[in-house]
Design a protein around this ligand. Structure first.
Ligand SMILES: *[C@@H]1O[C@H](CO)[C@@H](O)[C@H](O)[C@H]1NC(C)=O
Ligand SMILES: *[C@@H]1O[C@H](CO)[C@@H](O)[C@H](O)[C@H]1NC(C)=O
Ligand SMILES: *[C@@H]1O[C@H](CO)[C@@H](O)[C@H](O)[C@H]1NC(C)=O
Ligand SMILES: *[C@@H]1O[C@H](CO)[C@@H](O)[C@H](O)[C@H]1NC(C)=O
Length: 418
């Protein structure tokens, strides 16, 4: 039926064809009134019925859901809905629901399970509450489930393991409780698992089966126990603000890490040199744990991407690590509230003069006078040296604050030697 574009000699014949086509489309009635599968339309109706109409503002996506039109064919209607248009079939299917953050207040309808072609369900930053309906886990084609910043409650159903195609699960910033389903490791396509800021408890199950996982964020929950097996594909790992304990040596295998945050847990032992020398590592936050040592090896001749090291609030002892100066891209260093003793190395002053942006050494047992380079550091340098036993001249900006009496630092050293 569609005329093949002939190599037309003149533009007037083209004009004629297009006029003819225009005319055709006017006289022909639209082939079907409703192109979308009836049950998909009904599902959309029950989704909107479960949301308080007063929370749907006139400029929102949901306010465009006008059921006198077809969800897949209407123009300018049904914002936030994507459809497939199967050639062999006259019915379209809803494939994506990706709503705006309008503050929609309500429940996610059980009927969602009837949108069997759905690949994306994204309801971020609204006021959905109640449990995530079990029927969501019937959506076997789902590749993305993103419900961040809502008020969902209840547990993560073990049925989540039915989502065999899923790549992204983001349930962060809700009030979801219970344990992480142990068999979640069967979701082989998963690249992003983001469950931070919930009320999850229990142990983290072995996740090494998730061999494509790049981002794992479990921070701000009530997880405890030791680190499980984790997949070496990880690039971002954040498990801050939990009650995790034991050694972090299982992390030594995660050679592709770019960002590591294990802060605010009960980890102990050594922060191994493996971690500081991962080829792509840029941010390390091991603050507020019970580590007693950090292995800083020299990286001269090797490209280090490390920019930020935060080890505040541990029990790190001994002299300040000289080798930190060899990390060429390092900018921000925080070793506050540890048990470091001895002098501040002269090389620290040199780095502060030309590359380091911040240096926090407050609340340790450092002694001696400040290297002369500290006199020349820029006013923009941030940091603090207070609450040590240093001779810190007042005219050096980061010398603000008081020092402990020298005896406190020498006593602390002696107590440790005994
Ligand atoms: C084709 O249409 C039928 C009903 O008319 C529906 O059950 C089926 O799922 C459709 N096929 C696809 C691929 O959407
Ligand atoms: C899903 O569809 C079936 C049949 O099409 C229907 O009986 C059922 O009520 C629907 N479920 C919901 C929760 O609307
Ligand atoms: C490291 O983690 C602590 C606690 O979670 C946080 O307060 C701090 O800002 C983080 N440091 C950096 C450099 O992001
Ligand atoms: C601070 O004072 C000392 C002398 O007490 C002087 O040598 C030094 O240049 C001063 N530094 C700055 C940054 O003003």
């Amino acid at each position: 039926m569609t005329p093949k574009t002939q190599p037309s000699s003149s533009s007037s014949s083209l004009l004629l064809i297009s006029f003819f086509l225009l005319h055709l489309s006017v006289i022909l009635p639209s082939p079907v009134l409703s192109a979308t599968l009836r049950s998909d339309i009904q599902t959309l109706e029950s989704i909107i019925r479960s949301i308080d109409p007063s929370s749907i503002s006139p400029s929102s996506y949901l306010s465009t859901w006008d059921f006198s039109e077809d969800p897949c064919e209407g123009s300018g209607t049904f914002l936030g809905v994507m459809c497939s248009f199967p050639l062999e079939n006259t019915t379209s299917r809803v494939t994506e629901i990706d709503l705006d953050d309008d503050g929609y207040d309500g429940f996610l309808s059980d009927a969602i399970g009837n949108l069997t072609e759905l690949t994306v369900l994204s309801l971020n930053r609204n006021r959905f509450r109640g449990p995530i309906p079990e029927t969501v886990f019937q959506l076997r084609k789902l590749t993305k489930l993103s419900l961040t910043e809502n008020f969902f409650t209840g547990d993560i159903s073990p049925a989540i393991t039915r989502l065999k195609e899923i790549k992204t699960i983001d349930l962060s910033k809700n009030s979801i409780a219970g344990e992480i389903p142990p068999r979640i490791s069967a979701l082989r396509s998963l690249t992003h698992l983001i469950l931070s800021n919930n009320h999850l408890d229990g142990r983290i199950p072995a996740l090494n089966g998730l061999w494509k996982l790049q981002v794992l964020e479990l921070g701000n929950n009530h997880l405890f126990g030791m680190l499980p097996k984790l997949p070496p594909s990880l690039r971002t790992l954040s498990i801050c603000f939990n009650s995790l304990a034991g050694r972090i040596s299982p992390l030594h295998r995660l050679k592709q890490l770019v960002s590591l945050d294990v802060s605010q847990n009960r980890f102990s032992g050594t922060i191994g040199h493996e971690i500081l020398t991962f080829p792509d590592i840029s941010r390390i936050n091991v603050s507020f744990n019970q580590f007693i040592s950090i292995e800083v090896v020299q990286v001269t001749g090797m490209e280090s991407r490390l920019r930020s090291l935060d080890a505040e609030g541990n029990h790190l002892q001994g002299h300040l690590p000289l080798n930190l100066a060899s990390y060429a891209n390092l900018k921000d260093i925080n070793l506050r509230s540890n048990m470091f003793s001895g002098d501040i190395p002269r090389i620290y002053g040199k780095r502060l003069e030309n590359s380091w942006r911040s240096l926090y050494l407050e609340n340790n047992y450092l002694t001696g006078s400040l290297p002369e380079e500290f006199q020349r550091i820029s006013k923009l340098t941030r940091g603090s040296l207070s609450n040590n036993c240093l001779q810190c001249p007042n005219n050096v900006s980061i010398c603000q604050g008081i020092q402990k009496p020298k005896s406190q630092c020498t006593n602390a050293m002696q107590e440790r030697l005994e």
